[in-house]
Ligand binder design. Structure first.
Ligand SMILES: [Zn+2]
Length: 490
């Protein structure tokens, strides 16, 4: 029977099943059987009109079924159908791309004796040689973000001798970053990430020029920041910046080396509109906010950004040297639990709104609005939502008021931290079916890690007639920070 593979992000709706064998003769039949078996999956795959959502891609083998016969595509008994959702991550694969560094720029570059010694294991490779190493030195690479992906990228590209590395970041190093952002050390906690990254790069390779941009990448500054670089490497963790980077690269004609990670899964590709598809050809629009969790909500294995970041670093170096086959028109997928790499063909979409034949996006737009959110810090609409602060909650509970605390986090999160009061526990995904366990007459305070999921559940309960439901602002983390430092923050 054909097999459907389910990505990690959707396994919460399939009782953690990673695959399902279905008795089906077409792709459409198979997907119908899948959502019949797991009804909670339906709204994530189909819209209200019953059509497959545009940010869900179905692959049969390495082909997108949209380029076969769509949902009518027949399935052989041993067929493998993959669901590829967008993660907060044509041309013939034989196409060769010339080095990004033209001869005029190459002529201007020489290597000192120290540099020759430093790069000697490169220089004796026929694919690099002195000429390739000079190309690397001439190259200007912009890294968007110095987080999980940006850390290995910056270290390896600096070590390899990329002459100029631009870094865009505005964040400071946090303890929770250290598990995966290997360019930052324990003694860097509290420092700007840019400063921490620059110190490491300088110590690793003083021949690298680092250009820092201590800012959030925005529609106003993106073109100016990116214009002078040869390659843009996307190490972002949110959809607005991902679309912004894509569109700016298309408008500037620059290659966009893409990577994204979620828990045990990763994606990588090279989007370059002159030579192949762009990110929007693959995902024309972002999923609605809340449907796909970010790394902060969903977690990520600390090693995974290393694996995907180094795929991006490898592709960057190949583009600079002009060797090998770039990952243009191919999406590389990693499932680290199975340790399985798969490769999917990507085609340029003639109707792509930014790189298609009649583009409708001719300048950078408001990407927060496009992604349906009002900035990264406020992904959930909380305006007008009844809420309670940690201090108010503590005060009222100590007065003995009969508040019912509803914790909607996952069971394993309760092992990390919990409020020091009796509470009810119903994980977010079970609230709908277990709502009868709650009393609409009670004053219920919904809590989660940082207030995002609880806001959604507060709104849900409101629509179901719970008149006195409230959201705990900042979640259990906020309670720990404001009221009770004995509780762990995660
Ligand atoms: Zn496109």
């Amino acid at each position: 029977m054909p097999t459907i593979f389910i990505p990690t992000a959707l396994r919460v709706f399939t009782d953690q099943q990673a695959k399902l064998s279905v008795d089906a003769r077409t792709v459409g039949e198979a997907i119908q059987k899948l959502v019949e078996t797991y009804p909670k999956l339906r709204p994530h795959l189909f819209n209200e009109q019953g059509q497959l959502r545009s940010f869900v891609n179905l692959y049969l083998g390495e082909e997108d079924v949209r380029h076969l016969q769509g949902l009518e595509t027949p399935l052989a008994p041993d067929a493998e159908l993959m669901i590829v959702p967008s993660v907060a991550g044509g041309v013939g694969t034989q196409e060769r791309v010339r080095s990004l560094i033209d001869d005029a720029r190459l002529q201007a570059i020489t290597l000192s004796q120290e540099e020759v010694l430093r790069y000697s294991r490169h220089l004796i490779m026929p694919e690099v040689t002195m000429e390739g190493q000079r190309r690397l030195k001439a190259a200007r690479v912009l890294l968007i973000g110095t987080g999980g992906l940006g850390s290995p990228l910056a270290l390896y590209l600096a070590a390899a001798g990329v002459g100029t590395i631009g870094l865009v970041d505005f964040d400071v190093v946090d303890y929770s970053n250290l598990q995966r952002q290997v360019i930052h050390f324990t003694s860097d906690v509290g420092k700007p990430k840019l400063q921490s990254a620059m110190e490491k790069i300088r110590d690793l390779n003083p021949y690298v020029t680092v250009i820092p941009f201590e800012t959030r990448l925005t529609s106003e500054n993106a073109l100016d920041i990116m214009r002078d670089f040869d390659v843009i490497v996307d190490g972002t963790d949110n959809f607005p910046t991902r679309y912004l980077v894509n569109d700016a690269c298309v408008l500037l004609g620059k290659p966009n080396v893409y990577g994204s990670i979620f828990r045990f899964e990763g994606q990588a590709s090279v989007f370059w509109a002159q030579h192949g598809p762009c990110y929007r050809c693959l995902y024309p629009e972002p999923p609605p906010p809340g449907l796909v969790p970010s790394c902060a909500e969903g977690g990520v294995l600390g090693i995974l950004p290393g694996l995907i970041g180094l795929v991006q670093a490898t592709e960057t170096i190949k583009l600079i040297l002009g060797v090998g086959e770039p990952l243009i028109g191919r999406l590389l997928l990693l499932d680290a639990l199975q340790m399985r790499w798969r490769e999917l063909k990507l085609r340029k979409d003639p109707n792509c709104p930014v790189c298609g034949e009649n583009p409708t996006v001719r300048e950078l737009i408001d990407y927060a609005e496009f992604c349906g959110i009002r900035g990264e810090e406020a992904p959930v609409e909380t305006d007008g939502l009844p809420s309670i602060t940690p201090a108010q909650l503590k005060e009222r509970l100590e007065r003995g008021e009969p508040l019912v605390i509803l914790d909607v986090r996952e069971p394993f999160e309760l092992e990390i931290s919990r409020l020091p009061y009796p509470f009810r526990h119903i994980p977010m995904g079970e609230v709908l079916e277990r709502v009868h366990e709650l009393n609409p007459a009670d004053e219920i305070v919904v809590v989660c890690r940082s207030g995002g999921r609880s806001a959604q559940i507060t709104r849900l309960l409101q629509t179901m007639g719970f008149g006195k439901v409230k959201n705990l602002v900042g979640g259990v983390n906020g309670y720990a920070q404001e009221v009770d430092p004995s509780i762990s923050v995660y």
